[in-house]
Design a protein around this ligand. Structure first.
Ligand code: E4P
Length: 220
């Protein structure tokens, strides 16, 4: 399973890429807004220049015509841009138009297999079920990821499922188990994924044992 970062924070993106594990980024209007009153185009272009893979950024229009117009403009910003289109009826129409123009779409705000099915049929490159938001209202978000992954696999469809709205490391490992192609994770979750007290204790103990016998902290 690939790891994308769900942020527009340049510092966090640089760190994730430096770690060598982050291969894409997803944003939305709320995420971009967290960076303050920025130059949207410039920020997205900077992200695209840092990240080796797809960078998703979202339209704001609510009708198909407006979504297509915004997406066509956004698609010119960089070669690795993916346009996020919401999983509404208007979004399905916009996705069909954009896919026919080879503009990559991330079909977002997806909460059901039926929405994913239509996004896929319309030609979306990615579908993004929002796990955390479904869990928040007492539903099983990961079940939707599981269903979509199974559906895509059964019909051998090229669309990839991105487990989105990830809230904690447990979400990541279950996403991997149910066959999500990608999990898009907030920066703090990325950091939590590698943390374990026994690893920290183990590193310290190796150092102490070495120092006791060798009389130095360095290996070489
Ligand atoms: C995904 O592409 C979305 O940007 C994101 O995962 C939404 O997460 P949230 O529910 O924490 O806002």
């Amino acid at each position: 399973m690939k790891i994308f970062l769900d942020t527009a924070n340049i510092e966090h993106i640089r760190h994730g890429v430096r770690l060598g594990v982050v291969t894409g980024v997803t944003t939305n209007p709320s995420i971009v807004s967290r960076e303050g009153k920025v130059d949207y185009r410039r920020l997205v272009q900077e992200i695209c220049s840092i990240v080796p893979g797809p960078v998703s950024t979202e339209v704001l229009s609510q009708n198909a015509q407006g979504m297509v117009a915004e997406a066509r403009e956004i698609a010119k910003w960089a070669q690795n841009i993916v346009v996020k289109i919401p999983a509404s009826l208007e979004g399905v129409e916009a996705t069909s138009v954009l896919a026919s123009e080879n503009i990559k779409v991330n079909f977002t705000l997806c909460f059901t297999l039926n929405q994913a099915l239509l996004g896929t049929a319309a030609g979306a490159t990615f579908v993004s079920p929002f796990v955390g938001r479904l869990d928040d209202i007492g539903e099983d978000g990961m079940k939707v990821v599981d269903d979509i992954a199974e559906y895509l696999d059964y019909y051998q469809l090229p669309t990839q499922v991105i487990a989105a709205s990830i809230r904690h490391p447990q979400h990541c490992l279950v996403a991997a188990k149910v066959g999500a192609h990608i999990a898009t994770v907030p920066y703090d979750v990325l950091l939590q994924m590698v943390r374990h007290p026994l690893t920290t204790i183990g590193i310290e103990r190796f150092k102490e044992d070495w120092k006791k016998v060798m009389g130095r902290e360095k290996l070489l």
